[in-house]
Design a protein around this ligand. Structure first.
Ligand SMILES: Nc1ncnc2c1ncn2[C@@H]1O[C@H](COP(=O)(O)OP(=O)(O)OP(=O)(O)O)[C@@H](O)[C@H]1O
Ligand SMILES: [Mg+2]
Length: 269
């Protein structure tokens, strides 16, 4: 059985999409079979691994069609990512319609869970890049995966978003009697700043098991890799400065992959 992992923070720009892509790259590098899902209408993940944003064209094939028609075959939408590191179900703008389209549908929060049950290809990990929202789409991701990884900017203004997300997770646990484990909180764009360290210290005191290895800020590298349609594991940068940034970032993401593998293998608290 594949381990599902929703990558979610309802706050925008916290690093959900790059963390999904490069964590997938790290897990693939470690020999794992990985499927990545793009649930965001922005389709940044789809574009960031080398597809055109409208990869499924206007014919209506998207993850949304799988959520609406539970008889549709999910394997038919699985593509090999152009970077050849992992498989993907790409997304497109149709996901913006999901909230509206799922309204009034039976069992609307548990439809992705049903889709997961029908994926026949074997995977070790299914990573789900979520939109910056707490809505029926992200409820689907949390319930289907049963686990969440929270990329966060380490600044006190972001604490509220983590607390709100935890609140939503608790609500889903109660309403659906579901197990949803928090795998960890990942510091993204870490630069050893005082307020970042204070944030991490607070987390370490409250729930030390949740603090994932930090990802150092490597903006240029991450953006160059995205423009080239690669994860940092298949991207080939030029120049010694960029190569050094890549080595460092690969170390960070391999450490994160190790953390995720450990946490998802053990019973979590
Ligand atoms: N080590 C790193 N790993 C990931 N992102 C990083 C890193 N260092 C810097 N960044 C930057 O963090 C930013 C976060 O990415 P992005 O804005 O796509 O996040 P997101 O949460 O997916 O956004 P949205 O909420 O719009 O979906 C990017 O500009 C990226 O270049
Ligand atoms: Mg994103």
């Amino acid at each position: 059985m594949a381990v599902g992992l929703a990558i979610l923070n309802q706050k925008g720009g916290t690093g959900k999409t790059p963390v999904t892509i490069h964590l997938a790259g790290a897990l693939a590098k470690l020999g794992k079979r990985v499927l990545v899902l793009d649930l965001d209408g922005q389709a940044d993940l789809t574009a960031g691994i080398g597809f055109k944003r409208d990869v499924h064209g206007a014919d209506g094939d998207s993850i949304l069609s799988l959520l609406l028609d539970l008889k549709a075959d999910p394997d038919a939408l699985i593509r090999r990512a152009p970077n050849d590191e992992f498989d993907v179900i790409p997304g497109n703008m149709q996901m913006y319609l999901a909230e509206q389209s799922l309204m009034g549908q039976r069992n609307r929060e548990r439809r992705l869970e049903r889709v997961f049950q029908r994926i026949r290809t074997d995977y070790d990990y299914i990573l789900v890049d979520c939109p910056p929202a707490l809505n029926v789409v992200t409820d689907n991701a949390l319930l289907a995966c049963g686990r969440v990884l929270i990329p966060a900017r380490m600044h006190r203004t972001y604490r509220g978003s983590i607390n709100n997300l935890m609140g939503q997770i608790n609500t889903l646990r109660e309403v659906f009697e579901a197990d949803i484990d928090i795998v960890g909180v990942v510091p993204v764009g870490y630069e050893q700043q005082v307020d970042q360290q204070a944030f991490m210290e607070a987390l370490r005191e409250g729930a030390p098991q949740l603090l994932a290895p930090a990802l150092r800020k490597r903006q240029t590298l991450i953006e160059d890799a995205r423009d080239a349609g690669h994860s940092i594991f298949s991207y080939v940068p030029s120049g010694s400065y960029r190569k050094k940034a890549q080595r460092e970032s690969q170390e960070d993401y391999l450490a994160l992959a190790g953390f995720v593998m450990r946490r998802t293998a053990e019973g979590m608290s």
